[in-house]
Design a protein around this ligand. Structure first.
Ligand SMILES: [Zn+2]
Length: 410
């Protein structure tokens, strides 16, 4: 049997006053997910460890069954892969911002007036050879963002960020990187050389000549943060022999992780990583991938964003839309299907940030055990037969439902 695993980003919540003490998931009308719960089991998933809040990146690494201590070396490589860079294991990436410095070399705008156009031309002009076998390539990302990738010998992540602390007022001195340990000093020097040369190249670049003529702030510096090495990531297929895995996603971080893990990515026009997305397109893409994949993850970002914006009503509405999407997938597939549901972390609307509260999970399908659960919710999952489980363990439980976990021993 094929498996669909629904991921509602930031789904978990706490009782909300506006819903008379129910969570957005409990208040939402979700006939499809509730029926799945009645035909299966629920439980509570602690992504990394009980009570420990995680980001979307670490939460998904756990949910996909990987060890963040091995896979997660910093945000840089995840962002770089997310914007389409082809990174090799051992290369080092930073997340970058195009920024504006004044004639004294002080940072006056961390986002270069929120530059949106022609950053590809700037990025291309910044690819360079730094000597000693070290090269840099730069790739533009959304708006003022960029990915900066270093290759060659002597790379290190033991560096301070070249990024102003948001607590201090601007202008402020340019934040050159510093080595955190003696072994990183030579590489810190290389990174600073790159940033200095990048400022020279950008000062005279036609894109900035035009921006200044238009009264806009020039993008005449790069700020760097979040350095990380591209890890060696064993593919899903190598960990679960023969398992073909797909991922329906628009959000860049999750998309990048899927790519790194060797999943087939499906992202159709209209699908976004925002509050509004085309749920019909997500259902269609899921059904398309199910034809030749054994496991398809469907990611929806909306619940997390509503949690961050402290909008319980919006979170409830998005959950209801997801329920309708799941109904079209289950009914549209036309054959017996195993359905799992979970989340990468909780984002309580009353808090506006990620919390360490566990998230409800669901596993349902023909011939699977049932635990008497009547709905998919935080309080329902408290009594569920799956009990309390880690992200990594839940993945095995899901795959075992389709007999896809390799046997240990003989
Ligand atoms: Zn979030």
């Amino acid at each position: 049997m094929k498996i669909v695993y629904l991921i509602m980003d930031g789904l978990g919540d706490r009782p909300c006053e506006c819903f008379g003490g129910k969570t957005p998931l409990e208040a939402a009308v979700t006939p499809c997910l509730d029926e799945l719960a009645r035909n299966g089991m629920t439980g509570l998933m602690h992504l990394l460890a009980p009570g420990v809040p995680v980001g979307t990146d670490v939460g998904h690494i756990c949910l996909f069954g990987y060890d963040p201590a091995v896979i997660y070396t910093g945000r840089g490589p995840i962002e770089a892969v997310g914007v389409g860079c082809d990174m090799k294991p051992g290369e080092l990436a930073f997340r970058g911002n195009f920024a504006t410095v004044n004639e004294k070399g002080e940072v006056i705008d961390k986002r270069a007036g929120r530059i949106r156009h022609r950053t590809a031309e700037l990025a291309e002009a910044l690819c360079m050879d730094l000597g000693d076998g070290v090269t840099v390539r730069v790739k533009e990302a959304t708006e003022h963002r960029a990915a900066i990738i270093f290759s060659g010998p002597g790379l290190s992540t033991a560096l301070t960020n070249a990024y102003p602390s948001s607590l201090r007022p601007l202008p402020q001195e340019f934040p050159w990187v510093k080595a955190k340990e003696p072994a990183a000093e030579a590489f810190a020097e290389k990174v600073n050389t790159f940033m200095r040369r990048a400022q020279e190249v950008m000062a005279a670049h036609p894109v900035n000549v035009e921006r200044i003529a238009n009264g806009e702030k020039p993008a005449n510096a790069l700020l760097l943060r979040g350095p990380g090495f591209m890890p060696e990531v064993p593919s899903f297929e190598s960990r679960y022999p023969g398992l073909k895995v797909g991922l329906v996603v628009a959000q860049e971080t999750v998309l990048a992780l899927g790519k790194m893990m060797g999943m087939t990515i499906a992202c159709a026009p209209g699908m976004t990583g925002g509050m509004e997305t085309d749920f019909n397109a997500k259902a269609r893409e899921t059904l398309r991938l199910l034809k030749d994949h054994d496991l398809v993850f469907v990611h929806v970002k909306g619940p997390d964003l509503a949690g961050h914006d402290e909008l319980p009503e919006a979170k409830k509405r998005i959950i209801e839309n997801v329920d309708a999407m799941m109904a079209s997938i289950v009914n549209g597939f036309g054959e017996p299907l195993i359905v799992a549901a979970g989340a990468d972390h909780s984002t309580p609307c009353a808090f506006g940030e990620h919390s360490g509260d566990p998230v409800p999970v669901l596993l349902s399908g023909p011939g699977l055990r049932r635990d008497g659960t009547t709905e998919y919710s935080e309080s329902g999952a408290l009594l569920g037969g799956i009990g309390h489980i880690s992200g990594k363990d839940f993945l095995n439980v899901v795959l075992n439902a389709a007999y896809r976990v390799p046997k240990q021993g003989s």
